[in-house]
Write a new protein. Structure first.
Length: 347
C-alpha cells in the first residue's frame, strides 16, 4: 500500500534561485516560473527555493508576500550576503526534490528551458547543464573575457569542465547528495559538478538579457570567481615559478659564458650599459612578485578552508514544513553547517 502510494505520487522537482537585491524582477520571475512549471501540472510536484542572499532592498518582503499565498515556495534567508555560489549551495542543501534545478533569478536563464532539462533527466541523465548559444545584452568585454577564461581553465585543468556553461542546470538527487559533501570554501560549483562525474549532457539555450536591475558581479567579484575556478581545479600556476626560474637561470648561464669568452678573446672592453642592468633587475623583480602573488592566492584559500567556518549562516527559514526532509536528516547540515541546531521554522 505504502509502495503504491510512493509510485503514484508525482516526482518532486526543486527549483533553486539565489536572490540578491532583485526587488524589480521578483514578480515577473514568479509569473514566468509559474507559467513554465504549470505546463505539466499532474506529472510533477514542484518546490521553489529562493535563497535570499542578504538583500538590502525589499526582495525578502516581496518573496514573503508570494510565499504566504503559495505553499510551493520556500525561503532560505541568509544572515548576510555570502555570494552567489554559497547561495546555490544552501539551496541545494535544503532541496528535497528528486531533481534539483539551479537557475539565476534575473531571467537570463529562461524558465521555459527547464522542461527540456527534465526531458533529458527522464531519459536517464544525472546532470543536464545549459550551454549558452548566444548571450543577449552582455558587453563585448564580458563575452570576450568569459570565452578566454573558459578556454584557459580547460587547458589548465584536468577535470573536463564544459565550455560556455554556467550554473543553470538540473541535477539528480543522487548528484545533489554527493555535492552536499563537498564543502569547499571557495566554490566553483560548475567545476565541482563536472568533477563528480555521473551521466552528464548539455542542452543549448539562448541566454537572455537581464530582465531588470544590474549585474551583481562586479569586475572584482568576477576576477575573484575566475581565480577560484583556476585554483580549485589546477595546480599548474604554482609550478610556473619553477619553470620561469629554470628558463632565466639557463639564459643567464649562457650569457655569463659569452661574457667570459668575450673577455678572454678581448673582443669587447666596453662596460655594458646601465639600462640593460636595470631592465633585467626590474623584469626579474616583476616575475618574482607575480610568482609570490600566485603563492598568495593559493595560501589565502588554504587559510580560508582551514578555518572550517560554516559556508553560510541561515538567519530564517520560511515555508518549510516543521520537519523538512532535507535539513533534518542530512549529515552535512548537522550543527556544523547550520548554526542553529534547531532552527525556528516560519510558515
Ligand atoms: N546573486 C546572489 N548573491 C550575490 C550576487 C548575485 O545571490 O552576491 C544572484 C543574483 O541575484 C542573480 C544570480 O545570483 O539571481 C546571478 O547574478 P547576476 O545576474 O548579477 O550575475 P551575471 O549574470 O551578471 O553574471
Ligand atoms: Mg545575470
Amino acid at each position: 500500500m505504502y509502495l503504491k502510494e510512493q509510485e503514484m505520487s508525482p516526482k518532486l522537482i526543486s527549483i533553486v534561485i539565489p536572490i540578491y537585491n532583485e526587488e524589480k524582477l521578483i514578480a515577473e520571475l514568479y509569473r514566468r516560473l509559474c507559467s513554465a512549471i504549470d505546463m505539466f501540472p499532474d506529472k510533477y510536484r514542484y518546490e521553489l527555493i529562493f535563497v535570499n542572499d542578504g538583500s538590502k532592498d525589499r526582495s525578502l518582503q516581496f518573496l514573503r508576500d508570494f510565499q504566504r499565498e503559495d505553499e510551493r515556495i520556500r525561503i532560505v534567508d541568509f544572515a548576510r550576503n555570502f555570494g552567489h555560489q554559497k547561495a546555490i549551495t544552501a539551496g541545494v542543501d535544503f532541496a528535497a526534490g528528486d531533481a534539483i534545478v539551479v537557475m539565476d533569478g534575473d531571467l537570463q536563464d529562461p524558465p521555459e528551458t527547464i522542461s527540456n532539462f527534465i526531458k533529458k533527466w527522464e531519459e536517464g541523465y544525472h546532470v543536464v547543464y545549459g550551454v549558452r548559444t548566444k548571450r543577449e545584452g552582455e558587453t563585448h568585454f564580458k563575452l570576450w573575457t568569459a570565452s578566454l577564461f573558459y578556454r584557459m581553465l580547460s587547458s589548465l585543468s584536468e577535470v573536463e569542465i564544459p565550455l560556455d556553461a554556467g550554473d543553470f542546470r538540473l541535477i539528480d538527487r543522487r548528484v545533489a547528495l554527493q555535492l552536499r559533501n563537498v564543502r569547499e570554501e571557495n566554490r566553483y560549483i560548475r567545476g565541482i559538478v563536472s568533477w563528480l562525474g555521473f551521466k552528464q549532457i548539455g542542452v543549448q539555450y539562448a541566454r537572455d538579457q537581464r530582465y531588470a536591475g544590474e549585474t551583481k558581479y562586479t569586475l572584482r567579484k568576477m576576477l575573484r570567481f575566475a581565480i577560484d575556478g583556476v585554483t580549485s581545479f589546477s595546480e599548474k600556476p604554482l609550478f610556473l615559478s619553477s619553470y620561469l626560474g629554470l628558463l632565466v637561470a639557463t639564459f643567464s648561464i649562457a650569457w655569463g659564458i659569452w661574457i667570459i669568452v668575450q673577455r678572454i678573446l678581448g673582443i669587447s672592453e666596453t662596460i655594458l650599459g646601465w639600462s640593460s642592468i636595470i631592465v633585467a633587475v626590474l623584469f626579474l623583480g616583476g616575475v618574482q612578485l607575480c610568482c609570490i602573488g600566485i603563492l598568495g592566492q593559493y595560501l589565502g584559500r588554504i587559510y580560508g578552508q582551514i578555518k572550517q567556518r560554516p559556508l553560510y549562516i541561515v538567519g530564517d527559514l520560511y515555508g518549510f514544513s516543521s520537519q523538512p526532509e532535507s535539513h533534518s536528516s542530512h549529515p552535512s547540515l548537522q550543527p556544523r553547517e547550520v548554526y542553529q541546531a534547531d532552527h525556528t521554522v516560519y510558515s
